[in-house]
Ligand binder design. Structure first.
Ligand code: 13P
Ligand code: SF4
Length: 310
């Protein structure tokens, strides 16, 4: 166990020695967010990974995010603090089952949410994130049928926004499905002046309560710019750290999970620690590598997404 200041100093020294950059998602614990060089949502993290000049990318996020960095910038060494940091949503869509599903619907254009494995990306025509899913789906000709995977909640939200009918893979995120409508209703009664903001991975009845729905970056920006003073935040509680830092005069209330647990914290994201980050930079492992043929196939739909996101 390191004191926080020692850990920060060690990371700064190792980063210099390795010419490394630290990319982190908003769902990381606050100390990791504070030590990161770049924080962002999945789209911004992908864009940053694609353009970094550093030799090493230490990705404080989950496995599919580190894979994405490798897909986009293969000459870099990509490190992940804990290889076990997966994602329930990505796991809900195993590539062999997805291939079978796709084969049953050969006339569909496949749009996959970035929260999926490289093997599922390789089966997709387009990748999207929560910040550009509507735009990507709108870019597809109206006469085309669309298969959307793996998040059914985001898929349903996009269907509502675009008016397109889509065939949905029935995957979901354990964190965003933990929120309780009953508890949210009670919280709203307690704080009638609070604005509800939500990530589109939440279930439909909760999204129906939200005044604003968006990616983690979009939620943060909305909270900063809004004239409201108080917000109930329906997403992983890590984002509250940036909200408090960016708008310290406002009040941010994390939406409560259904059970008496910390289930509104992503158990995969939270596997990463400062200690594991130090170890990764010291040992240059665990390293994220991909077979080149898989990487190239996964790159095609990723590039389509990035072109449509400019
Ligand atoms: P964002 O792209 O909105 O950051 O979402 C990532 C994620 O994993 C949500 O659960
Ligand atoms: Fe996956 Fe959900 Fe964790 Fe995001 S919050 S990484 S979707 S398990």
């Amino acid at each position: 166990m390191f004191a926080k200041e020692d850990a920060f100093a060690k990371i700064a020294r190792l980063k210099k020695e390795r010419n490394a950059v630290i990319l982190a998602h908003y769902y990381q614990e606050p100390d990791i967010q504070d030590v990161a060089d770049f924080l962002g949502d999945s789209l911004a993290l992908s864009q940053e990974a694609a353009k970094t000049k550093a030799d090493v990318i230490l990705f404080a996020g989950v496995h599919f995010m580190a894979e994405t960095a490798k897909i986009l910038n293969p000459t870099k060494t990509v490190l992940i603090p804990d290889l076990a940091a997966g994602c329930s949503l990505a796991d809900s869509c195993p590539a062999p089952l997805f291939r079978e599903f796709k084969a049953q619907h050969p006339d569909h254009v496949v749009v996959s949410y970035i929260n999926c494995s490289a093997a599922v990306k390789a089966e997709s025509d387009y990748i999207c994130t929560s910040s550009n899913a509507v735009r990507i789906v709108n870019s597809i000709a109206k006469d085309k049928k669309i298969l959307f995977a793996p998040d059914k909640n985001l898929g349903r939200h996009v269907m509502k926004q675009t008016g397109r009918d889509m065939l949905l893979w029935q995957g979901s995120c354990i964190v965003h499905e933990t929120f309780s409508l009953k508890k949210l209703t009670l919280l709203k009664m307690e704080h009638p002046d609070a604005v509800v903001i939500a990530h589109p991975e939440c279930e439909e009845p909760l999204l129906a309560e939200a005044s604003f729905i968006g990616s983690t970056t979009a939620l943060l920006n909305y909270a900063i710019k809004s004239e409201a003073e108080k917000f109930i935040v329906l997403t992983e509680a890590g984002i509250i750290h940036q909200m408090n830092k960016s708008a310290p005069e406002k009040t941010f209330i994390p939406a409560p999970p259904n059970a008496n647990c910390a289930c509104n914290e992503c158990p995969y994201m939270r596997l990463n620690t400062l200690e594991k980050m130090i170890q990764a930079l010291e040992t240059m492992s665990p390293r994220l590598d991909l077979p080149e043929n898989l990487r190239l196939r996964a790159l095609v739909p990723m590039q389509r997404m990035l072109e449509l996101s400019n």
